[in-house]
Design a protein around this ligand. Structure first.
Ligand code: ATP
Length: 298
């Protein structure tokens, strides 16, 4: 399947500060993709580049396999910073203005998005009377105008209390269930684990890792193996002592083990003794927790 977004060697500097260093990854269709990293790691810069707000110094990106264009841009709803809504206007009137400026959506669409972000009952109240959580939901509502296929959110739970955070989490899950691809930057590890199925982790502008959460964030060791007869290998590994689960990915099999227990030589010997010669044997590291400490402890 064609990735929704492909990044190729994106590099960006602000004077002497290198904000992004040769970053490449893909966002699959239908993913809830978390861009993770501590403050200053380059998340906002990355989102600004893919939304054509900033230009990269080198590298390229493609939406739906094509370079960015006004046409593809229409399929992407975004929330980069808390938008400047008018405090004395209602949700409906604020969205009418957003709609007129962006050219996305119509009045029927305004009711639709207010329903999704659960603001229908308060749609006529002034923005100034909203809680922070409601304000953020309205901002997400603005991104949903025109029913774009892809949504890009920068720190969507910033500044919210646990209830507000949970509301945004549910909203993101609902949008994902409706088939939207969601790309969100966050430094909240826990939130990312709860809602995202894919992640990329940035550290000082460099990409540390990217991929499905269960590989990147697994609190486990992963041993990746393959052999000519995948079915036979799979059946043999099912009797490997101490594994927690097994995942099949085409010709590759991943054996998940409790963290710190993976020993490649044990897996190799076990398979060999059962009559299987492996043609690939690698350890895939490591837990998000470990990664996150690497990110934050310096
Ligand atoms: P945060 O979570 O704090 O928003 P971030 O991961 O989004 O951080 P960026 O905002 O992309 O990171 O910043 C990456 C680096 O680039 C930082 O060192 C930052 O200080 C620097 N930077 C960002 N914008 C500018 C700018 N306009 N001029 C100069 N330096 C900038």
């Amino acid at each position: 399947m064609q990735p929704v977004l492909t990044l190729n060697g994106i590099t960006k500097s602000y004077g002497s500060i290198q904000a992004l260093k040769n970053v490449s990854f893909e966002v699959p269709e239908g993913a809830v993709f978390g861009l993770l990293g501590p403050n200053g790691s380059g998340k906002t810069t990355m989102l600004s580049i893919i939304l054509d707000i900033l230009k990269s110094d080198s590298g390229s990106f493609a939406w739906f396999g094509k370079p960015g264009s006004p046409e593809t841009r229409k399929q992407i709803g975004s929330l980069l910073e808390t938008p400047n809504f008018y405090h004395y206007l209602s949700a409906v009137d604020n969205l009418k203005i957003t709609e007129a400026i962006s050219g996305r959506g119509d009045s029927a669409d305004i009711d639709r998005v207010l329903e999704i972000v659960k603001l229908t009952e308060r749609k006529k109240s002034r923005f100034s009377t909203y809680s922070l959580g409601m304000k953020q939901r309205l901002a997400i509502g603005a991104a949903l105008l025109g029913d774009p296929q892809v949504l890009v959110f920068d720190e969507p739970t910033n500044g919210l209390d646990p209830v507000g955070i949970a509301e945004i989490r549910e909203l993101i899950k609902l949008l994902a269930k409706r088939g939207k691809t969601i790309i969100m930057a966050s430094h909240l590890l826990d939130e990312v684990e709860k809602v995202c199925d894919h992640v990329a982790i940035l550290k000082r502008g460099s990409l540390l890792t990217a991929g499905p959460v269960d590989e990147v964030l697994a609190n486990e060791d992963i041993v990746e193996v393959s052999a000519t007869d995948t079915a036979q290998l799979l059946s043999v590994l099912q009797s490997f002592p101490g594994y927690s689960h097994i995942k099949e990915d085409g010709k590759l099999i991943q054996l998940f083990l409790p963290v710190g227990t993976a020993r490649l030589e044990d897996v190799n010997r076990f398979c060999f003794e059962k009559g299987i010669t492996l043609n690939l044997l690698t350890a895939k590291k490591k837990s998000l927790e470990t990664k996150f400490f690497e990110l934050t402890n310096d």
